[in-house]
Design a protein around this ligand. Sequence first.
Ligand SMILES: [Zn+2]
Length: 484
Amino acid sequence: MTADELRGDGPTKSSRRTFLSAATVTAAATVAAPVAVAGSAAAAPAHSGGSGPGRPVRPQSPDRELRELLREIDQRRIEAIVRRLAAFGTRHTLSTQDDPERGIGAARDWIHQQMQGYAARSGGRMTVELQSYIQEPASRIPVPTRITNVVATLRGESSPDRIYVVTGHYDSRCTDVMDATSDAPGADDDASGVAVLMELARVMATRRSEATIVFAAVAGEEQGLYGSGYMARQYKAAGADVQGMFSDDIVGSSTADDGTRDRRTVRLFAEGVPTAETPAEGNTRRSVGGENDSPSRQLARFVGDVADNDSTGMEVRVIYRRDRYLRGSDHISFLEQGYPAGRFTEPNEDFAHQHQDVRVVDGKQYGDLPEFCDFEYITRVAKVNGAALWSLAQAPGTPKGAIIVTTNLTNDTELRWTRGTEPDLAGYEIVWRETTAPEWTHVIGVGDVTTATIDLSKDNVFFGVRAVDTTGHRSPVAFPRPGS
Ligand SMILES: [Zn+2]
């Protein structure tokens, strides 16, 4: 805004519009020169109201390796896992841990054994551990209780310190959350999520990944996210670089309680203002309008880009909320430690088959039984997770240290970031969108550089930076902080 405008006698609307389109032409010319990665920077068609430099953003198609991997995801195996887990009777966190047939201990040992079988075919790249601790009495934990996560880690070859995590919780519950002995088959909640991560561990174990992927069956979710909380705190204490985490929780059914079916949609919940943000970080976020640009939102946009296509057969319905209204899951444990995370869940829930004692009332069957699962649907959810995790782990990491330089007030935008260390890193792209657009609309290739100036005002649009490798895999977007 000029001083003239401040006084109320600035340019008229029409003269301002003329100024803007002149600036846009200049912008297109300015960015055309340094483009290396992305080809020519023709002016994009008006898209979500924005026009300016760059090409329209397009989704990232799965490459041949990913398509092959997704085809190996086996519905029969997923069904067998859900049925086996349901057959332990209950997997309540407070249930017996030393009965070989019934209870959470038997389920833990079975998952562990299966994962070790997958790891045996990994050429030493996958290791499996029982990550265990004693939870002292706390909410919904009346006595000291051993809580154990079964964790399979596929170590990355070129960026082993960069980590992506997928979890499902193998504990279950019935109507009374403290009832550790009644049947609690937990087929949908959450044997379905455990089946997703186990089947992904199996098909990824035989492959070489650039970054590390972790497949974790966690416990204690129903009592209060205990297992995932422990896991996320361990990562944080070790300074681990977890760049994305997904909780698959209740991904087993495509049927709502009114009987309507939606076989082709999975919801992905992603928070806006980060759970772990400090008040100072929140002030900065408000001052730049970054409420819709948390790392978790960028992660969710990435998932839409790589997993909403014919190789998964699914629409990823991103929901701009941390979880369902007032509810939660294991991704919150990771959000609390400052890691980007989201929660996958089925499109509609049927509450007759969640957190319910197995019983028949007036001819209606209640309880979370395998017969109410849709195994074809779970298989497609596994493909969505597979496409997301594999694409993340084969792409460069999210750019670090991204800033918009604010040393001088100007009407263009200077961005800066730190170069990544991936051996196949090819360069960077700047993305931008109108402030009212939900997703990135324009992309400008800038080559293998660590700074770029775009002739568009940071006052009017949002900017991001992403990395690209030599085969065209793109990273999630980093939303720059103001800096100097
Ligand atoms: Zn659950």
